[in-house]
Design a protein. Structure first.
Length: 125
């Protein structure tokens, strides 16, 4: 079974819906949408946050939400790659991002990469 590793900041930023006016709200909406999608479609997901409401952290259903352990540029990407490298079967992971550098790092570990915009449309549809 595939698992999805989601670059939350990249997915949130993939849609110009005013997310920049309410970043915590945008993060909540994304996590809620991922949880609904995972429950509906029987998927498993890891959502990696660079920042956002800490009450979202933890596992609910088949969705785990984690925060980057440090602030700064690429902190979320580094955490996602660390977890991918630790995965039992990185080739069974789909990494959701449109960040070219993160995508290259994920592919180098054997993961499939799905664009943030395409994933966002799947959540909304």
């Amino acid at each position: 079974m595939a698992c999805w590793f989601i670059d939350a900041a990249n997915v949130i930023g993939s849609q110009p819906d005013g997310w920049w006016r309410d970043r915590p709200g945008a993060t909540r909406r994304l996590v809620d949408a991922v949880r609904e999608w995972a429950a509906r479609d029987g998927e498993h997901a890891l959502v990696v946050l660079e920042s956002g409401p800490r009450d979202l952290l933890g596992t609910e259903g088949a969705v785990e939400v984690v925060a980057a352990p440090r602030p700064g540029r690429d902190a979320g990407d580094d955490e996602l790659v660390r977890r991918l490298a630790d995965a039992a079967d990185p080739a069974a992971v789909r990494v959701v991002t449109s960040d070219a550098r993160l995508a290259a790092r994920a592919r180098a570990l054997g993961a499939e990469v799905v664009g943030a915009g395409a994933f966002r449309r799947a959540l909304d549809g």
